[in-house]
Design a binder for this molecule. Structure first.
Ligand code: RP5
Length: 166
């Protein structure tokens, strides 16, 4: 492994093998309409709020997709989505959840794409969404999740746009 390869902590591809990044670029180029931002949420009950993120992205001509998947109820679906996200051309993931809001952190555990968490209130929230806010913000070192304000998916979309533009 070269010094550069070691610095990145990754093994270089074997001679003749196609590097991950090349595959990802080719995959993204195949579908020019591929979404760049994935918007996921823990429940259908989050949809009305989280659609505001998609609206903000649409106003900026940024393609996105919306999926409902719970870190607790559908753990395998979440893991699969996060693991395949980069290969499918996604560049940022926005994840909204309420209560014990594990979804953003679990997504971040399965991808190195930037993940923006949106703490949400629900009918049984504690302290106006403080439960979800802490669950999303208090990630362990090495597995970061950006965290916007409670019920503020629009800020997540603005941040995603800035990441895409950086
Ligand atoms: C969380 O629990 C969801 O993100 C939602 O905010 C909250 C309540 O979910 P439902 O009981 O309405 O499905 O996982």
């Amino acid at each position: 492994m070269s010094a550069e390869g070691m610095e990145r902590g990754r093994a270089e591809p074997a001679p003749g093998a196609v590097a991950d990044t090349e595959m990802e670029e080719e995959f993204a180029a195949l579908d020019v309409d591929a979404p760049r931002v994935g918007i996921v949420m823990g429940s259908k009950s989050d949809l009305e709020t989280m659609e505001k993120a998609q609206k903000e992205l649409e106003s900026r001509n940024i393609r996105s997709e919306i999926r409902v998947m719970s870190a607790h109820r559908d753990p395998d679906t979440v893991a699969e989505y996060a693991k395949n996200a980069k290969m499918r051309g996604l560049r940022v993931i926005i994840a909204g959840a309420g209560l014990a809001a594990a979804l953003p952190g679990v997504v971040a555990a399965h991808t190195d794409l930037p993940v923006i968490g949106v703490p949400l209130t629900s009918s049984t929230s504690v302290a106006g969404g403080l439960d979800a806010l802490l669950a999303i913000a208090q990630m362990p070192p090495g597995v970061p999740v950006a965290c916007v304000g409670v019920d503020n998916p629009r800020n997540a979309a603005v941040l995603a746009a800035r990441i895409l533009d950086a």
